[in-house]
Design a binder for this molecule. Structure first.
Ligand code: RUQ
Ligand code: CUA
Length: 689
């Protein structure tokens, strides 16, 4: 009885969605004769409800059809970026950024990627992971332009530039003055700058100072990395930072339209607690939660740029930093109180309002930039902080507060004047009207939503349609995979009068902190590199690029240069003869220009994995310190004769014969140390070009 009822209802809903007629007969969608009956059977068999079927129809993208939107998500501790499609939520790619990744040949011998990774090394330490938090697409006039993606590494205060022409990382810059960031990466409306602000204060520049000198010596900073769009790179020489008090600066956002030229950073721990729970002090988290108010940082970045250009910054480890007293004297830094342990600072599409969540407050506070600007212009300050920074009056700065519930964090926007705020403690998304500051609706999330994203939802032109809730917990959503669970992205349809969760997508590669959702038609990705022999990092033909017919092996002392090409289904040359102790420099060009004609290069025991997409050139150097026979082969199943796409590296023993396997007992030293040194040399060579 019940089942029959549900089935009939399901068929009705389906019919409605497929825009068929209302009559009994009309339950059959036009052009899909018999579909409804078949679907009703499937619904019954699988116990699916009406809502399930509606959700399935909204998200299903048939084989051969493409998604309407891209999602660029941080990959958390994996140090990567995750790309998905909406509405299908299909994972499309992991982009290797801060962490070596063998499929893309990122950091496994390939000199170009090794050089990018090495540029992110810190204090002489080889850094090969990152905690990616906030991806930000490049913008033109305040809207995504689909050209570049930036992402910050919270753990090591670094920033990466990804070119969306080939979805590959081009640059990593290590922040010379900070040790951690959180307000990164956030772009200004024409991508003039990429903002990276600190999280945990330290003595700027990485020197030691006792924690007892926290107030005097420890500092935060907002870094403004200049982006050179022509070159597609951060221009370190034209970048600068502003010294900030030792509060814990958090999320950042750039103003737009009426607030263009300004940046906003929320903060916590204005108490300047340092922890010390074994030393008779309160633990950091309770010490940092004493005050009723923390400070929204309001920065006039255009004025800061002028101050920097006027030479008023001071070098810290060679990097120009506008000192705090200069920032105050020049009138480029202001504070506005924000309720207890705030989080998020999200600028509305019109640029007028800044929404701040309150992790321990039940409100979202909506600041009015015009009021803030009025107070600044009138020098109407309520107070100053201990570092002399002017503090504006809270009540005079806000448009109002919206009572949302427990643990509001981040806010994004749609095209109807609505705001959507993630409610961490309550595990919900709250939809509210930005115009009237009233709560409209809440939808449950499973569980503990952190960020959320809407289509172009943090730009001047939100597109509506979808919101993704990024849940920190997945508890009971998926079949078990051991104690470490994936995170859960929940896709929410916001096109109707009420929000509907329509899909759960497990994200199994680190904790994805933030995403942006962009129209697919804005991304123009290439399908091969041209000209043949292109180094994907420089974008130019590699000096070692090999032409068809020019393949050769050249020996210079004990350096052996192998100029190699690939086409389906062979390497030329496919036999490489060297002597033990030689350094092998592999110069490998994929001669193909056809879409998807990627080849790889993997070799036994020498820790080299290259991905050579059509037209790409890759260089890899290693010391053949181990005598033996080492097969190499193509890593991509590129043709029917893919398995035959292979060859041999023959490393003759140095003594001419007997010790065929090299000196016994030397095994632990292996190829890795020497190979690593050689790779570093290859990377340096690449960086110098
Ligand atoms: S923030 S924990 Cu984006 Cu809510 Cu990093
Ligand atoms: Cu080339 Cu497989």
């Amino acid at each position: 009885m019940t089942m029959g009822f549900r089935t009939a209802l399901g068929a009705c809903a389906l019919a409605g969605l497929l825009a068929c007629g209302g009559s009994e007969e009309g339950l059959r969608p036009q052009g899909a004769t018999g579909a409804s009956a078949g679907v009703a059977e499937i619904m019954a068999a699988r116990g699916l409800t009406d809502a399930d079927v509606a959700a399935a129809l909204k998200t299903y993208v048939p084989s051969g059809k493409k998604d309407e939107f891209y999602v660029f998500s941080s990959g958390g501790q994996s140090g990567q970026v995750i790309v998905l499609g909406v509405p299908s939520m299909r994972i499309l790619k992991y982009i290797a950024v801060f962490t070596p990744e063998p499929w893309q040949g990122w950091g496994f011998g390939d000199a170009a990627s090794e050089a990018v990774l090495a540029a992110g090394d810190r204090h002489g330490h080889r850094m090969r992971w990152g905690d990616t938090h906030h991806p930000n697409l490049s913008e033109t006039d305040g809207d995504y332009d689909g050209k570049f993606l930036f992402i910050g590494d919270k753990a090591n205060a670094r920033l990466a530039v990804i070119d969306l022409a080939d979805f590959a990382t081009k640059q990593i810059v290590a922040n010379p003055i900070l040790e951690s960031d959180h307000g990164a990466a956030f772009v200004t409306p024409n991508t003039e700058y990429v903002i990276e602000s600190s999280q945990y204060p330290v003595p700027l520049g990485g020197e030691f100072a006792p924690i007892e000198q926290y107030d005097e010596v420890y500092r935060g900073a907002a870094t403004f990395w200049k982006f050179d769009r022509e070159k597609g790179r951060i221009d370190v020489e034209r970048s600068f930072a502003i010294e900030l008090p030792p509060y814990m600066q958090d999320l950042a956002d750039a103003g737009k339209l009426v607030s263009d030229g300004w940046a906003f950073i929320n903060s916590f721990n204005t108490e300047r607690a340092t922890g010390g729970n074994l030393e008779g002090k309160p633990p950091l988290e309770s010490g940092a939660s004493q005050n009723d108010m923390d400070y929204l940082h309001v920065i006039d970045w255009r004025k800061a740029e002028a101050v920097f250009q006027a030479g008023k910054a001071k070098p810290v480890r060679g990097f120009p930093v506008i000192p705090l007293d200069v920032a105050v004297a020049e009138g480029l830094l202001y504070f506005v109180p924000e309720p207890k342990s705030p989080h998020g600072a999200d600028v509305s599409p019109d640029g007028r309002y800044i929404v701040v969540g309150g992790k321990l407050d039940t409100h979202a506070t909506v600041y009015d930039f015009e009021k803030i600007k009025g107070l600044i212009d009138a020098r109407d300050y309520a107070d100053h902080d201990p570092y002399g920074v002017p503090i504006l009056d809270f009540e005079k700065s806000i448009a109002g507060q919206v009572e949302l519930g427990l643990g509001p964090l981040h806010t994004v926007f749609d095209d109807q004047g609505n705001a959507y705020t993630s409610m961490f403690v309550e595990s919900k998304i709250a939809k509210w009207s930005l115009r009237d500051l009233v709560l409209l609706e809440k939808v449950p999330m499973h569980y503990n939503i952190g960020h959320l994203a809407a289509v172009h939802g943090d730009t001047v032109k939100p597109r509506g349609k979808w919101v993704i809730g990024m849940n920190k917990w997945a508890i009971d959503r998926f079949v078990d995979v051991g104690p470490l669970l994936p995170q859960n992205f929940q896709l929410v349809d916001i096109s109707g009068p009420s929000m509907q969760v329509v899909y759960d997508a497990p994200i199994p590669l680190g904790e994805p902190h933030y995403t942006q959702i962009v129209s697919a038609d804005l991304i123009q990705a290439v399908d091969h590199y041209a000209p043949v022999g292109t180094d994907p990092v420089t974008g130019e033909r590699d000096p070692y690029a090999t032409e068809g017919g020019q393949e050769r092996i050249e020996r210079q002392g004990n350096e052996v240069h192998v100029y190699m090409t690939q086409v389906r289904s062979h390497f030329t040359p496919d036999i490489i003869r060297v002597r033990q102790g030689d350094t092998v420099h592999l110069h490998l060009t994929n001669l193909e220009q056809a879409r998807d004609a990627t080849h790889g290069f993997g070799i036994s025991s020498y820790n080299v994995s290259l991905s050579v997409e059509p037209g790409k050139h890759a260089n890899a150097s290693f010391v053949a310190d181990r005598a033996g026979v080492f097969p190499f082969y193509c890593l991509e199943f590129c043709s029917a004769l893919h398995l035959e796409m292979a060859g041999y590296l023959l490393v003759e023993p140095a003594d001419g014969g007997t010790a065929a396997r090299g000196a016994e007992g030397a095994e632990p030293r292996g190829g890795d140390d020497a190979g690593g040194r050689e790779r570093a040399a290859g990377a340096a060579l690449h960086a110098a070009r």
